[in-house]
Design a protein around this ligand. Structure first.
Ligand code: ADP
Ligand code: MG
Length: 606
């Protein structure tokens, strides 16, 4: 009749593990936090197979006595909490006494530890799925080393749930970075399958940020500093121009613990409002120091969500301190919010016209040619015009119809304006960019930069699917300063990038660019590469098609900026090329390529 069983400690530990330990990255986080709590000044992490095979964390902290070592794998065994009151005065990262019990219940764990007061030998303990297997003396250094092998060996459902090695290692690295950023005073190393990923020397927060994020980030860090009775805020925000499309570098820490907070995030975004384009994300590394009784870290097992008693005040303080910092460092850029400015670069461009694509359009459709428009070609195969609903029938005036004004006749019928046979068609290039032409319906204005983007884009997109785009070998290969996430992103898209003309090596752990697409001049490679990196990295990786579109768009944007048509002949051929593109009304960024100033509009001006 009785059906209720008490779960064994082992099973309840496994259940608890489900909350605390979701993946190898969670083990890394818990072990690192314990090492920090133990006062370690040097912490080494060695990962094998993204943590599937082994996670080893070695610290030089206070260590554990033989008795504590045996106890630490028991659930609710903690040295950090003695009574309820302590809960509200916590300075340590751990306090639940759950992590080691959870980890031990789902893996093979070997602990070696020696307390600082122990003279000679330390303690070695082995646990298999929560069962103690060995407990003996051993020779070891002061401090603790814990190796966690075969994670989830006894929870197959979880093991199969793990993602690719790349994805799991990214989680590990993210956890590692969060702890490193919060503890600049501690030195850290991280290796993956024997390869060094990080070797971070102890230093100050600014140095730590640049060591983790890449040296280039140093120039763009703006310090923030605010001391109030409620909270102390310190740290850095990235200058507006360093804002990225991906939300990578955003970190809040409270009392040196990483946390996420959408409300405070909103405050930061608000401070950057008007300073960065839509959908860009500022970098921030913000440290709050606050009385521990005024926060609740207990609301989530992994403790990344935190309740602040005085959240509203902190919001205001945060907002004003960032605004002040940005003001103080004189950051009031007059940014144009045009989409294109997000990769507004000094221009690289080979001055000659691109290799002429096969022109499918009939030349008589050229609105800039006064003679040819008079010819009847009868082919009517211009896809571009078809697409616009013109030229279904063979008609020499297709392009003209396209721009013709429809006027209501007296009888209320619509008819096309007839054109004088000898109308004048002159063309002007204004500011080396806008091509003006006298067409029958008024003045047609083509933005030649956008048109060139469309032409190059169409050409590149159709070429690169079958063969690599032409690349220029660099005399001096470029070593990129990237964080690990970005390096991975480059590697992940290697085949696509080399198809586009970016050839690189990644043998020393970083990215060394050996050649660039021919359309990009070497002096502009930096900005181009930054743009590419932004597109590649980020939490949501676009699919190959989107990525190709984005990368090609960025390349053609850079390549089109100094573009200039020179001779009449060039103009002719240029316009023909434009109209041979299936899509010729909008540039790859969705902006209009041409506008017509109609006769009506003109007459209203006089
Ligand atoms: P918590 O950190 O919440 O106390 P854990 O299960 O993570 O719980 O750890 C249990 C206890 O084991 C800790 O309270 C601490 O006393 C001891 N411990 C764990 N890791 C270390 C370490 N690296 N160095 C010294 N002591 C440790
Ligand atoms: Mg802990």
């Amino acid at each position: 009749m009785d059906i209720i069983n008490l779960l064994s400690e082992q099973i309840s530990n496994q259940i608890a593990a489900g909350e605390v330990i979701q993946r190898p990255g969670s083990v890394v986080k818990e072990l690192l936090e314990n090492a920090i709590d133990a006062g370690a000044k040097s912490i080494k992490v060695h990962i094998k197979d993204a943590g599937r095979t082994s996670i080893l964390v070695q610290d030089n902290g206070i260590g554990m006595s033989p008795k504590d070592a045996a106890l630490c794998f028991t659930r609710h065994a903690t040295s950090k909490l003695k009574n309820v009151d302590d809960l509200f005065h916590l300075q340590t990262k751990g306090f639940r006494g759950e992590a080691l019990a959870s980890i031990a219940s789902i893996a093979h764990v070997t602990l070696k530890t020696k307390h600082k007061n122990q003279e000679d030998t330390g303690t070695l303990i082995e646990m298999n799925g929560g069962t103690p297997m060995r407990n003996e003396e051993c020779i070891c250094e002061q401090g603790t080393s814990i190796e966690v092998k075969n994670i989830f060996f006894n929870v197959p459902a979880r093991r199969t749930f793990l993602k690719s090695d790349n994805a799991e290692f990214t989680h590990i690295r993210n956890e590692f970075e969060r702890i490193c950023l919060a503890h600049a005073e501690t030195s850290f190393t991280l290796t993956n399958n024997g390869n060094e990923v990080y070797n971070l020397k102890a230093g100050n927060p600014r140095k730590r940020i640049t060591d983790v994020m890449g040296k280039k980030s140093n120039e763009s860090l703006v310090p923030i500093e605010e001391k109030t009775d409620i909270v102390e805020i310190s740290g850095f925000v990235g200058k507006p121009e360093s804002a990225k499309k991906s939300r990578g570098m955003q970190y809040f820490f409270v009392n040196n613990r990483f946390f996420k907070h959408s409300y405070f995030h909103h405050a930061v975004s608000k401070a950057f409002e008007q300073l960065i384009p839509d959908k860009s994300h500022p970098a921030y590394f913000i440290f709050f120091t606050i009385d521990t009784t005024k926060i609740d870290v207990n609301i989530h097992p992994t403790k990344t969500e935190i309740n602040f008693e005085e959240g509203k005040f902190i919001y205001t303080i945060l907002l004003s301190s960032i605004k002040q910092a940005l003001g103080k460092y004189n950051i009031a850029p007059s940014l144009d919010f045009d989409v294109e400015t997000s990769f507004d670069v000094p221009i690289s461009h080979k001055n000659e016209l691109p290799i002429e694509p096969e022109i499918k359009v009939d030349p008589s459709y050229n609105p800039f040619s006064k003679f040819e428009t008079k010819k009847t070609t009868g082919t009517g195969t211009n896809k571009a015009l078809h697409k616009q609903g013109f030229g279904q029938k063979s008609d020499s005036k297709e392009w003209e119809n396209f721009y013709a004004i429809r006027e209501e006749s007296k009888e209320g019928q619509t008819k096309l304006i007839e054109v004088e046979d000898d109308y004048i068609t002159n063309k002007y290039l204004v500011k080396n960019r806008y091509l003006l032409s006298n067409v029958k319906s008024g003045i047609l204005i083509i933005d030649t930069h956008r048109a060139q983007q469309r032409i190059l884009y169409t050409e590149m997109m159709s070429t690169f699917v079958t063969k690599p785009l032409s690349a220029q070998k660099l005399m001096f290969p470029i070593d990129l300063e990237l964080n690990q996430d970005e390096i991975d992103a480059w590697i992940e898209s290697k085949s696509l990038l080399s198809q586009l003309g970016f050839h690189f090596k990644n043998d020393s752990g970083g990215i060394k660019i050996e050649s660039l697409p021919s359309c990009i001049s070497e002096k502009n490679h930096n900005i181009c590469i930054d743009n590419i990196t932004n597109s590649l990295s980020g939490p949501e990786r676009p699919n190959r098609g989107e990525l190709a579109h984005t990368l090609v768009s960025k390349l053609v944007y850079v390549a089109s900026q100094n573009f200039q048509v020179k001779s009449d002949y060039e103009i002719e051929s240029f316009v023909n090329q434009l109209f041979s593109c299936e899509e010729h009304s909008f540039c790859p960024f969705g902006k209009p390529i041409m506008q017509t100033l109609t006769i009506e509009e003109l007459t209203t001006k006089f």
